[in-house]
Design a protein around this ligand. Structure first.
Ligand code: NAD
Ligand code: FES
Length: 271
């Protein structure tokens, strides 16, 4: 059993939960995830470890409640428990000092971006964070990201906060100015966003890392549910990723596989 210490809504349908899980907190690295089951017989849900405090023995998870199983998890209040948390799983983010790095987060993907950006900042990179959402209420973690980013730029589709438009408009401006052109870009968000970012950086030869969110079932390389195509080769996001070279990912295959399960309730995509 894993005690829930804190549970708060962060944006529409999105919760931040702090959970006691000392062994995972001590072992986890940025970019890794856990499989969470609210109770026996429930579906396993893959969730990125948003943050961890090894001294306190806690991990932070961001959960988008868009299906019955994720709603069941976020309905667990502080003082309650979650039945199973397995992890840390997946490969850690490749952390180097690239120099100037742009970290780009679309909507809920910003929660997945957060630990990557924090680790990149700790490695000495100069971080420009770009986060976008449909409107101001979907902009998350701006203050937390500002704690270690050299600058944070916000975009909203309706113009209610920051620049009006998509995150890609802000990235285009960064790339166009030789004084701000990033040496590496880390992007997490909806598939069309990550595809658009990869196409923006490709002509400039800018290293681009994306975090993929295919359907996951076991999270350990056994079921094949999370198969993605990278450099024309089949790989499993749960053991080979979830982060991959954005220029090598076949986003059409990913988009097709994600829609395969749309009729079903609460597909367990990595979030
Ligand atoms: P959303 O559709 O509201 O988009 C958020 C922002 O992403 C937009 O405001 C825009 O700035 C950018 N964006 C979206 N489409 C774009 C495009 N075609 N070109 C350029 N920029 C674009 O996102 P949401 O509703 O918060 O997130 C839901 C989606 O994110 C789901 O598809 C979910 O699977 C995905 N997701 C992915 C990950 C991951 O690890 N990659 C994690 C969580 C969620
Ligand atoms: Fe089963 Fe990756 S989730 S192989």
């Amino acid at each position: 059993m894993f005690p829930v210490l804190h549970n708060e809504p962060l944006a529409p349908q999105l919760h931040r939960m702090v959970i006691r899980a000392p062994r995972i907190a001590a072992a986890r690295k940025a970019g890794q995830f856990v499989m969470v089951r609210a109770d026996q017989g429930e579906e396993r849900i893959p969730l990125t470890i948003g943050d961890a405090d090894a001294e306190q023995g806690t991990i932070t998870l961001y959960i988008q409640a868009n299906g019955s199983s994720t709603r069941r998890i976020v309905a667990t209040p502080a003082g309650g428990t979650l039945r199973d948390i397995a992890g840390p799983l997946g490969m850690a983010t490749e952390i180097e000092n690239w120099g100037r790095v742009a970290c780009v987060g679309g909507g809920v993907g910003t929660a997945v971006l957060y630990p990557m950006a924090k680790a990149l900042a700790a490695a000495g990179n100069n971080i420009t964070t770009v986060i976008g959402g449909r409107s101001d209420q979907y902009i998350i973690l701006a203050e937390e990201l500002a704690d270690f980013s050299d600058q944070v730029k916000i975009t909203t589709e309706d113009g209610s906060l920051g620049r009006q438009g998509f995150v890609t408009a802000e990235l285009e401006s960064l790339i166009a100015d030789p004084g701000t052109t990033p040496q590496a870009v880390f992007a997490v968000g909806p598939v069309p966003m990550m595809r658009a970012v990869a196409e923006q950086t490709r002509p400039h030869g800018i290293k681009t890392v994306v975090s993929l969110n295919p359907i996951m079932i076991d999270g350990t390389g056994m079921c094949g549910g999370c198969r993605v195509e990278v450099n024309g080769e089949p790989l499993f996001a749960c053991v080979d990723g979830p982060e991959f070279d954005g220029h090598a990912v076949n986003f059409s295959v990913l988009a097709d596989r994600l829609t395969m399960y749309e009729r079903h309730d609460g597909p367990c995509r990595l979030a």
